[in-house]
Design a protein around this ligand. Structure first.
Ligand code: HEC
Length: 209
């Protein structure tokens, strides 16, 4: 089993080790631990002035997007490597497996979307209502169940006005043209790289269960 890098993210990955003993013959995800740099991972670009939204609203959205860590998935280089500061929030060419690569040699993979308002590759054509619903309920034509990776259940209790501020902020970003790879269904071979998040246990612990 070979994983190039595993990034441990507060929001989306919980790494549990009952035993820190390291024996030689099993994979230890912490060997590949890569330290997050909050300054770049959670960086949020300034919104452009917009006739449609107030500066208070877009600044509140900026604050929330940084706080909720949207860029930690939705930016190229944020999952692996170094975040591309010219493409903040413009989607990730590295995907996230939503089935276990320990079980599936070809796991299902989703690619975090381009959240800038580019008409063709981003959220340019999305209505505010659709964006707000997406943030709070996870439903679009993808349907709720296709988004287990994006932590929308954690955002479900967000106040309507806050979700609206996030939507206003995203709609006020400079549009960045960037097409992310297509999602890959379980069993298909992914052409673009991906990572996976997970809860790990040592083999010793697994055999006790
Ligand atoms: C843990 C990673 C992760 C985080 C954090 C995350 N997302 Fe996502 N998001 C994804 C993935 C993966 C997809 C694509 C899912 C799919 O295609 O089925 C997605 C899809 C979306 C979409 C749908 C876009 C489209 O074109 O279909 C929107 C809108 C979105 N995210 C907004 C946000 C916002 C706003 C935040 C922060 C509040 C956020 N995301 C945080 C991983 C994440």
């Amino acid at each position: 089993m070979k994983f190039r890098k595993i990034r441990l993210m507060g929001l989306s990955a919980l790494v549990v080790f009952a035993s820190c003993q390291s024996t030689t013959d099993y994979y230890n995800p912490l060997d590949d631990f890569e330290q997050l740099d909050p300054a770049t991972i959670f960086a949020t670009p300034e919104p452009l002035p917009s006739p449609n939204y107030s500066p208070e609203q877009t600044q509140r959205g900026k604050y929330l997007v940084g706080l909720l860590g949207c860029g930690s998935c939705h930016t190229d280089g944020a999952l692996v490597g170094a975040p591309d500061s010219s493409r903040l929030l413009a989607g990730s060419s590295t995907g996230i497996a939503y089935t276990s690569p320990f079980v599936d040699s070809n796991p299902g993979v989703v690619y975090p979307a381009n959240l800038t308002p580019d008409m063709e590759t981003g959220l340019g054509s999305w209505t505010m209502e659709r964006l707000v619903t997406m943030i709070r309920v996870g439903t679009t034509e993808h349907s709720a169940s296709s988004l287990p990776v994006m932590p929308w259940p954690a955002y479900a209790n967000i106040e309507y006005d806050d979700a609206l501020s996030i939507a206003a902020y995203l709609k006020s970003l400079r549009p960045v043209r960037h097409e992310v790879p297509r999602n890959v269904r379980r069993g298909q071979r992914a052409a673009a790289p991906y990572v996976h998040f997970g809860v790990y246990q040592t083999r010793e612990q697994a055999s006790e269960n």
